[in-house]
Ligand binder design. Structure first.
Ligand SMILES: Cc1cc2nc3c(=O)[nH]c(=O)nc-3n(C[C@H](O)[C@H](O)[C@H](O)COP(=O)(O)OP(=O)(O)OC[C@H]3O[C@@H](n4cnc5c(N)ncnc54)[C@H](O)[C@@H]3O)c2cc1C
Length: 508
């Protein structure tokens, strides 16, 4: 079942187990059941600490990971290989008694939960965003006997996924009701449960020397450069890691030939934590005001004060702004092909946008969907010619240029898209099960209002030191008018803005 490399890796991890683990397995005669049975048997042959027992569980095939005599509530319905391999390893280690690498504060928050919570997370094995959610919910189950979690592979439980109209992964149900979608850290899940840190703890902080708003590559770099000067540094981030969290392979981060977004995001956080930086994660800024000090008001009402501020709030997927778009989000409208693409296997889909990301998405989708229609507003695609050539070599792709998307239709889920042929004005409708929107990004700067000068695209206007029009306020990365938006560029501009902020503090 496991190839030699995975077996070798697994053997090393299993050596770290601290106690016995009982795998309770529910299998039938189908192919996935046979594979699951062979996986758990193989695990048992690799470690004397693992025992296997055949049982009937709620779903077949599935297996639960328990301590002998004590069910933890962790169940894998489907085979946790692919991106979920780490989730399996961590479940085995943590159930065996190995301490998780999570802040004590978070562990206490989980242990303090009194309600009975049963989570079900619907995932796909090719989804990069899913393991973080699966691992967070598994850990919560290990820590608190009131909490249970079942990971459900959509490919193995197609009927269940279809009956619940799940068209985006990860999708999490709590006690049978939809709870949350998308990549979430354990802290974010706790916040959604209302068990996160108390907002008042941000209210009475002393003023910072440098306060960074945004926790992507630009913000992380800016905070590290400031903290290395020994000055009081804080970082407020809605979601630490930023866009990197949604990125699959990264091959242009110079000196690292290949990495994956979540891995880079974890390294960013680890590096920031090396320094004396006050990290305020899961907090959104909603107002900036320059008084004697610069004030940043958070959505929870707390007001942070700082002598200088570095704005690094990055960018988010751009919406098309047509009827149906808000209604069918996660119900057939998707942005992440690697995550949600497999849910449309064998179906017809559309991609809006003919730039590099749109065409890359279309090529990927053509590999397993029935048909892909690319809708491009302009009269030609903007993607690199090498991508266009590859696209045109595929028999199940139609490219429609000069097409203005008008409406996304559906009942419970998407069933079609209407577009206008711009040359003729004629309206066309195609039937599709899913639509991937790939029309670029918008800077996350609307919250600034008129406080800081921006260009017509909403990008913050900066000089070559990252300074904005407001003394003491600097900006870096994708939220600025920098012509190119890349990780390495964001990090460089974060460093520039930080050094300029320190210079500003020295001079003032
Ligand atoms: C799918 C995809 C693939 C990509 N692939 C690559 C690649 O291969 N190589 C490459 O170099 N680049 C790639 N990029 C681009 C790269 O990810 C960005 O250029 C880079 O992440 C920008 O960094 P940033 O710090 O400026 O912004 P972001 O990464 O967008 O981070 C912004 C941060 O600000 C926070 N934030 C936003 N609003 C607020 C608020 N109001 N209050 C508090 N915090 C807030 C966010 O939560 C986040 O922490 C890719 C982007 C995408 C979407």
């Amino acid at each position: 079942m496991l190839d030699a490399d995975i077996r070798a890796q697994l053997a090393q991890y299993l050596d770290l187990m601290e106690g016995d683990v009982l795998l309770k397995v529910s299998v039938g005669e189908d192919k996935v059941s046979r594979e699951m049975a062979s996986l758990v048997d193989e695990l048992a042959t690799m470690s004397s600490r693992i025992q296997v027992e055949l049982v009937d569980l709620e779903r077949t095939p599935s297996f639960s990971v328990n301590r002998p005599g004590e069910d933890t509530g962790i169940t894998f319905a489907g085979i946790p290989l692919g991106h979920e391999f780490t989730s399996l390893v961590l479940a085995l280690l943590q159930v065996s008694g190995r301490a998780p690498k999570v802040d004590d504060k978070v562990i206490k928050q989980v242990k303090d939960i009194k309600d009975t919570l049963h989570f079900e997370s619907y995932i796909s094995l090719s989804c990069q965003n899913c393991p973080e959610v699966v691992q967070a919910l598994n850990l919560m189950s290990v820590l608190n006997p009131n909490i249970t979690h079942t990971m459900i592979d959509g490919a193995a439980f197609k009927e269940e996924v279809e009956s619940k109209n799940i068209l985006a992964v990860p999708t999490v149900y709590l006690n049978g009701e939809p709870f949350t979608n998308g990549r979430k850290t354990i802290e974010e899940i706790l916040a959604e449960l209302g068990s996160g840190p108390d907002a008042s703890e941000f209210a009475d902080k002393d003023p910072f020397d440098v306060l960074v708003v945004g926790g992507g590559p630009a913000g992380a770099s800016a905070a590290i450069y400031a903290a290395r000067k020994g000055i009081r540094t804080g970082i407020v981030a809605d979601r630490f890691g930023g866009q990197v969290l949604d990125t699959a392979a990264i091959e242009n981060f110079i000196s690292v030939t290949h990495t994956e977004g979540p891995k880079l995001a974890a390294s960013l956080e680890e590096h920031v934590k090396e320094y004396n930086i006050d990290i305020m994660n899961l907090q959104r800024a909603k107002r900036l005001e320059k008084k004697d000090l610069i004030e940043i008001e958070l959505e929870n009402g707390a007001v942070l004060k700082s002598k200088s501020v570095i704005l690094s709030t990055g960018a988010s997927w751009r919406n098309i702004g047509v009827p149906g778009e808000a209604e069918f989000r996660n119900k057939g409208i998707a942005y992440c092909v690697h995550c949600d693409g497999p849910l449309f296997t064998g179906k017809k889909v559309a991609v809006v946008g003919g730039g590099n990301s749109g065409i890359e998405a279309a090529i990927d989708l053509a590999g397993y969907t029935e048909h892909v229609t690319v809708l491009e507003f302009n009269d030609q695609l903007k993607a690199d010619s090498v991508l266009q050539e590859r696209l045109r070599s595929l028999s199940n792709v139609t490219v429609v240029t000069n097409a203005q998307t008008k409406e996304i239709t559906g009942t419970d889920v998407v069933n079609g898209v209407t577009y206008v042929e711009r040359e003729t004005g004629e309206e066309k409708h195609i039937e599709i099960a899913g639509i991937f929107i790939q029309i670029g990004l918008v800077p996350n700067t609307a919250w600034l209002g008129d406080s800081v000068e921006r260009n017509k695209f909403g990008e913050i206007i900066v000089d070559n030191r990252g300074a904005t029009n407001v003394p003491g306020v600097f900006a870096a990365g994708d939220c600025t008018d920098s012509p190119f938006k890349q990780i390495i560029i964001s990090m460089g501009s974060g460093a520039t803005a930080s050094l300029a902020a320190v210079d500003y503090l020295v001079r003032n």
